[in-house]
Design a protein around this ligand. Structure first.
Ligand code: NAP
Length: 267
């Protein structure tokens, strides 16, 4: 039975992950980790997640539970996730990272970790979103440069990064299919006397409001028609189930940096 550790166990995703692990076959919760200052230290992780007693006491550091897990699942902050990837690489543990908002240097640090241990890193672990990425690539290849591309996303009021990692990934997939570099063609949050739209830009619009779990819509618009490819998540469970599936998939995989397209065999 594969043992999973959840770091950020008291967070929105952390609690949902513990529920998903409890529901899944072939895996079990091995450890649960929170910040050292947390009032939940020593509490039962299952009770905190609302799934009943699991007899896994919450600890304050990954090194304290190193013998209790095979794979770490990490939905926390970029700095923490990068440090955890290096720790896992050093100690022969696999890691699944769902954290978003990593900069280029932090992403290259994950590549380094992937040289020593299996790492799955994906800004969105839902099966539906990963299928959507495939559909976007197909649409962009067929529609080409005549269609203006805009990525619109909405999330809950607590989200700290913008645009969402998923929106950026959608932009990357479309840019790649159109032979563009997203870094050169992305336009974020237009305001003021900006002039007409340029043909090859990919625009991003962000909404932050209430309790929206995650909604993404990509427009391909030209004179006379518009195609919208959209995904709406209604529960965090979709991300948690994907992360648990990724953790189970990592068993016996060689070192490498993988994404959900690898896990779902969508490449
Ligand atoms: P959240 O509720 O703020 O959870 C983050 C958790 O990390 C918090 O519980 C926080 O603890 C904990 N943490 C911070 N520093 C820590 C430390 N040193 N040791 C242990 N735990 C620590 O946020 P969320 O909504 O769950 O999202 C977390 C990340 O996942 C974000 O980057 C989000 O964009 C991403 N996400 C990805 C997907 C996907 O499918 N890939 C889906 C949803 C969300 P405190 O509460 O004590 O600060």
């Amino acid at each position: 039975m594969m043992r999973i550790a959840v770091i950020g166990a008291a967070g929105r995703m952390g609690k949902t992950l513990i529920q998903a692990i409890t529901d899944a076959d072939g895996v079990k919760l091995g450890a649960a980790i929170v910040e050292p200052t947390s009032s939940l230290l020593g509490a039962d992780a299952g009770e905190v997640a609302g799934v009943g007693k699991l007899s896994v006491s919450i600890v304050s550091g990954i090194e304290q539970c190193i013998n209790d897990f095979d794979v770490l699942v990490d939905f926390t902050t970029p700095e923490l996730s990068v440090g955890n990837a290096a720790f896992c690489a050093k100690h022969g543990k696999s890691i699944v990272i769902g954290t978003t908002g990593l900069n280029d240097e932090q992403k290259s640090q994950l590549e380094e970790a992937g040289k020593q241990t299996p790492v799955v890193f994906a800004p969105n672990m839902s099966i539906g979103v990963n299928l959507t990425l495939k559909l976007l690539s197909l649409a962009a290849k067929i529609l080409g440069d005549d269609y203006d591309v805009e990525v619109i996303e909405a999330h809950h009021r607590h989200k700290v990064d913008s645009p969402s990692g998923t929106a950026l990934r959608m932009g990357e997939v479309v840019a790649e299919a159109l032979g563009r570099d997203l870094k050169e063609c992305a336009v974020y949050g237009r305001e003021g006397q900006i002039g007409p739209r340029t043909q090859k830009e990919i625009g991003f619009e962000t909404i932050r409001a209430g309790d929206v779990v995650g909604e993404h819509s990509v427009w391909f618009a030209t004179e006379g028609e518009r195609i919208e490819i959209a995904h709406k998540a209604s529960s965090r469970m979709t991300f948690a189930k994907g992360a648990v599936r990724a953790a189970a998939w990592l068993e016996s995989k060689p070192a490498g940096l993988y994404d959900m397209q690898d896990v779902l065999n969508l490449k």
